[in-house]
Each structure stands twice: as structure tokens, then as C-alpha cells.
Design a binder for this molecule. Structure first.
Ligand code: ZN
Length: 251
């Protein structure tokens, strides 16, 4: 069980994990000791020693608050999450310079803000899928893609619902279109496609509106607002909730 500890006096953070007390091994020079000797390692003890006599408090990581500008698979990166002591909440920066180094945790006075900078459709994937499934003429496919793009441009991020599908980047979030946009899309398609072609398109939309190629990708910008800085520029993150796998502090 991880424990996030803050020194109230110094505003220093320590994340205590079961790994802190695991010994490290290093090759021994002394043959009588075998090939490896064990180094006792207790980072938490070091933290306690450095903050002796200071008031320490436990922080609770705020669920789904983890965010980074880099892709999930990127091992060396800076990421942020929020934590609270019950009264006040804090932004914590987690980083390391090299993959071999331990994570550093640093408390930042301020707040994390996410602003949606655009909603993208998966144009290429839609075209490919339409061709494969419905065999519509190229020109009709292009018309549909253009139409969907136009409707996506007028969508409000707050109306969209995120789906479980995960993108490779925390700031790119898959959403499905809202019912109003769906109705609008179908109505527009009725004007553009006739007879069997409309039925094909309708079937395609029904089949892909909740997963797959008709999902929209909402792109977010991460902003750290330091205390005292004006936040008039930044919108509050009413959306998105982050995927389940990002809950809390990742290991
Ligand atoms: Zn301290």
C-alpha cells in the first residue's frame, strides 16, 4: 500500500512504497562474501531523518487526476497529479531524468487545468472502414467525412461522453458524439444520400457511433497555474475523466 507523505514545514513530498525497503544488490569485491553483497536501503528512513521534528501529514491522491504531456509508454517524463490533506489540495509533479533513477516528487503551489483545444474525427479510418463495409463510391465517402468533420467542429466538449477506449496519450481522449449531434448527422445524411446508400450510411453510423472509427478524439492542453497567477485564461476541467488505468499514482 502506497503512502503519500508531506512535510508541512518544508513542503516536501515522499511516496512510500513497499519497494523503499527492498535491499539493493551490488557486486562484491570480497570473494568471501559471495558474488553479491546486500546494501540496506531505506529511503523512507532518510526522509524521516531529514525532516526530524517537522509535522508530517498523509495526503490522499485524488482519483483520476493523473496527467502528463507525454505518451503513457514513455518511461522518462514529467507527470502531475493532485492530492489532498482533506482541507487543501496540492499539485504534485512526478519526474525523473533517467530511467535508472527513482521518481522524484515535488509539491507545486497551484492548480492543474485542462483546456480542450479541439475535437478531431478519425477521417482516414472512417474512409477505409466505409469502403470496406459498404463499398460506397469514393466521392460519397469523402462527402460523409466532410459532413462529419463539420458536425464535429460544432460539438461542445462538455456534451460529449468519454468512452473506455484508450488513446496512447493522456491529453487525447476518445469520446462518442452526443444524441443531438447524432440526430443532426443523420438528418444531414438524409439530404446527401438516397435510397440504399442512406440505409448503408445509417447502418454504418449505428454500428460505429459508440466504438471504433466514429469516435471523436478530444485534444487537451495542460496548464499549471501557479498560486497568485491569474486563471482567467484557463477553463476549468469539467471534462474529461481519465481512464481507469490512470487512477492514483502509477507505478
Ligand atoms: Zn521538513
Amino acid at each position: 500500500m502506497n503512502q503519500l507523505i508531506r512535510c508541512v514545514k518544508c513542503d516536501k513530498i515522499f511516496l512510500r512504497t513497499p519497494f523503499d525497503q527492498w535491499p539493493e544488490y551490488e557486486p562484491s569485491q570480497d570473494p568471501s562474501m559471495g558474488s553479491l553483497r546486500t546494501l540496506k536501503k531505506d529511503d523512507f528512513e532518510d526522509f524521516l531523518r531529514n525532516h526530524r521534528g517537522h509535522r508530517l501529514e498523509d495526503l490522499k491522491v485524488i482519483e483520476d487526476s493523473f496527467v502528463s504531456e507525454k505518451d503513457y509508454f514513455e518511461p522518462v517524463k514529467t507527470s502531475y497529479f493532485k492530492a489532498t490533506n482533506g482541507k487543501e489540495s496540492f499539485v504534485i509533479r512526478k519526474s525523473r531524468e533517467k530511467i535508472s533513477e527513482p521518481m522524484q516528487y515535488e509539491l507545486i503551489p497551484g492548480d492543474l487545468l485542462l483546456r480542450c483545444t479541439g475535437i478531431q474525427i478519425q477521417a482516414e479510418e472512417i474512409a477505409k472502414q466505409l469502403e470496406r463495409e459498404q463499398g460506397l463510391p469514393r466521392q460519397k465517402i469523402a462527402t460523409f467525412v466532410k459532413l462529419y468533420q463539420r458536425i464535429a467542429d460544432s460539438m461542445e466538449i462538455g456534451n460529449l461522453e468519454r468512452v473506455a477506449e484508450e488513446s496512447g496519450n493522456p491529453l487525447e481522449v476518445y469520446c462518442k458524439m452526443d444524441d443531438t449531434s447524432l440526430a443532426f448527422l443523420l438528418r444531414n445524411c438524409r439530404n446527401v444520400f438516397e435510397g440504399q446508400q442512406y440505409l448503408d450510411i445509417e447502418q454504418f453510423i449505428e454500428g460505429h457511433k459508440e466504438n471504433g472509427v466514429l469516435l471523436l478524439k478530444a485534444i487537451f492542453h495542460l496548464q499549471i497555474v501557479e498560486k497568485g497567477e491569474s486563471r482567467s485564461e484557463a477553463a476549468s476541467p469539467s471534462f474529461p475523466k481519465f481512464p481507469r488505468s490512470m487512477k492514483g499514482v502509477e507505478q
